[in-house]
Design a protein around this ligand. Structure first.
Ligand code: NAD
Length: 342
């Protein structure tokens, strides 16, 4: 049997780069074509130390069918793991165009690639945000895979669009698809516009942290390596046409997260927390029932929040130049310096 070759889209982003890193570290017997458009959120520095025999970087847009076909044939791609997305809810409120283009049309173009080239597997990295929001006063209610998709932001609506298209290619064309719907991730290489890395790096710069509304929005937090392990598990053990919830069983309010980070970093609440007006349409509570992936694939999270948040904070301490280059905009020059042209 020939070697498995994975086309990993969005591989220079937060979770995609952690996924490639995990496979390389574990010496999984696969070849990886790391495809990324390098939008503002993509950073080739996330992958730089991994490029070599096992991992090849290709700069490209998932909406470009011709390029994808060329890449798939040149490298004999056998499977797709699809991370590429516009991923920031706040940006989707400012302008939803790029979200629909990449998250819906880009996913459709990739699905056609998999269909036309009869690829072995197609895994779509979806999100728990497709389910909408949960009532705060019923803590026992959680999202299951049967919960109807009721997205509330342009971001989650575009992810739900991709999610539904993936489902349709299974039912209509018998494409061997798999879907994971994961809760909020945290960990190394997280772009510092998202809550945890923004707060940690602001505090390292001795700046205040902006907390939305009353800070009581509840999210389930999962360490990024657990998510990557779940994706790899579903890719190998999942049943085609099925969706799998992935969660940390770790619900916390934004207030609690803020308190933990401030305590870890030795900064007092009153001096460093600034309340800002809530995001419009802000979902109150997400909580995941991840019993199906445990039952069917034997996966459950290994990392616990109290320790993994310390590891995460330490990573930002040890990699100051990584996030300073992002905050200053310097990282955008990385590709130019390495490869010329952007
Ligand atoms: N971060 C989370 O907590 C979380 C939770 C659940 C699911 N997800 C999903 O996981 C995936 C990855 O999320 P992330 O946090 O790593 O996002 P990210 O924004 O850090 O990375 C996205 C990557 O996709 C690339 N990209 C964007 N548009 C592209 C295009 N048209 N063609 C090729 N590449 C393109 C970007 O350059 C970037 O490198 C997304 O699909 C997201 O919806 C994220």
């Amino acid at each position: 049997m020939s070697m498995r070759t994975l086309l990993v889209t969005g591989a220079a982003g937060f979770i995609g780069s952690n996924f490639v890193r995990m496979l390389a570290r574990r010496r999984e017997p696969v070849r990886i074509i790391a495809l990324d458009k390098l939008t503002y959120a993509g950073n080739l520095a996330n992958l730089a130390d991994l490029l070599g025999d096992q991992v090849t970087f290709v700069r490209g847009d998932i909406c470009n069918a011709e390029l994808l076909d060329h890449v798939a044939s040149e490298y004999r791609v056998s499977e797709v793991v699809h991370f590429a997305a516009e991923s920031h809810v706040d940006r989707s409120i400012l302008g939803s165009g790029p979200f629909v283009t990449t998250n819906v049309i880009g996913t459709q173009v990739l699905l056609d690639l998999a269909k036309n080239r009869k690829l072995d597997k197609f895994l779509y990295v979806s999100t728990d945000e497709v389910y909408g929001t949960l009532p705060e006063d019923q803590p026992d209610v959680k999202f299951t895979e049967e919960t109807p998709l009721q997205p509330n932001s342009p971001y989650s609506a575009s992810k739900a669009g991709g999610d539904c298209l993936v489902r349709s290619y299974f039912h209509t064309f018998h494409l061997p698809v798999l879907t994971t719907r994961c809760s909020n991730n945290y960990g190394p290489y997280h772009f510092p516009e998202k809550l945890i890395p923004l707060f940690v790096t602001n505090l390292m710069e001795d700046k205040q942290v902006p907390l939305y509304g009353d800070g009581k929005n509840v999210r389930d937090w999962l360490y990024v390596e657990d998510h990557c392990d779940a994706i790899w598990t579903v890719l190998n053990k999942g049943k085609f046409g099925e969706a799998y919830n992935v969660g940390g069983n770790n619900e916390m309010t934004n207030r609690q997260i803020t308190e933990i980070i401030l305590r870890e970093m030795g900064k007092p609440w009153d001096k460093y927390v600034r309340y800002v007006q809530d995001r419009p349409g802000h979902d109150r509570r997400y909580a995941i029932d991840a019993s199906k992936i445990k039952r069917e694939c034997g996966w459950e999270p290994k990392f616990r929040f109290p320790e993994a948040i310390k590891t995460t904070i330490q990573w930002y301490r040890d990699n100051e130049s990584w996030w300073r280059q992002i905050k200053s905009g310097e990282y955008l020059k990385y590709y130019d310096t390495q490869y010329g042209g952007r």
